[in-house]
Design a protein around this ligand. Structure first.
Ligand SMILES: C[S@@+](CC[C@H](N)C(=O)[O-])C[C@H]1O[C@@H](n2cnc3c(N)ncnc32)[C@H](O)[C@@H]1O
Length: 199
């Protein structure tokens, strides 16, 4: 999908407004995930396109008017760094993102954690629009189009054979019910709770 991207660099030093491969504008030392200077610059662009916001190599779609997931924030970027810097979490072969919203955290892990490249990532949220945004973010982050993936549905769970051997699951509903009894290495429930067993 053709989009503008607002990308904060790893280490939070710069934030760029990007069109395709071209950096249109950049700010130093960003303090929010979508700096006002870049928003002003975006308003001056003559071409209208969707905007995605991201950190390092992972993007998330901005919520639409009726979507119930929050905009990805600096807190998400700190969390991504915290997860990346934890050796135990990086060893996970399976991970759940509970109440995933637009799925930034799980998508960041899916993209960057070595053992998840052929592991299992499960996203759960009460709302179909969150799950939809999470799946679209997964496809965009991995250069996949909806036509080239196989989705199988079992009740409220959608399973996707993802990039390489990644096994992706997307579950709509209350995680107390949809995730009950799951056995995984890491569970993230951003912004409040991260659980990891010893690996
Ligand atoms: C504050 S948002 C955080 C979203 C995401 N984790 C993030 O970091 O951007 C909370 C999310 O949890 C979802 N949620 C709340 N209670 C839930 C439940 N019992 N089961 C599944 N999802 C739930 C909401 O729909 C919402 O998308």
């Amino acid at each position: 999908m053709d989009t503008y991207k607002i990308i904060t660099s790893k280490g939070l030093k710069t934030q760029d407004l990007v069109d395709g491969d071209r950096v249109i504008s950049s700010v130093e030392g960003p303090v929010s995930s979508f700096e006002p200077g870049l928003a002003d610059q975006l308003r001056k662009q003559t071409t209208r396109k969707p905007v995605v916001v991201g950190y390092d190599n992972t993007i998330s779609f901005l919520p639409g008017q009726h979507d119930r997931f929050p905009t990805v924030s600096m807190a998400h970027f700190f969390l991504a760094d915290t997860l990346s810097n934890n050796d135990n979490i990086r060893k996970a072969k399976s991970l759940v993102d509970l109440g995933c919203g637009s799925g930034f955290s799980g998508n960041y892990a899916a993209k960057n954690f070595e053992r998840l490249q052929d592991g299992r990532i499960v996203f759960g949220d009460l709302f179909p629009e969150s799950i939809n945004a999470t799946l679209n973010s997964y496809l965009a982050n991995n250069g996949l189009s909806p036509e080239e993936i196989q989705i199988t549905q079992n009740g409220n769970t959608f399973s996707v054979r993802g990039r390489g051997n990644q096994k992706m699951e997307f579950r709509v509903g209350d995680v107390n019910r949809t995730m009950y009894g799951d056995n995984v290495d890491v569970a993230i429930a951003s912004p409040i709770y991260i659980y990891s067993r010893d690996l």
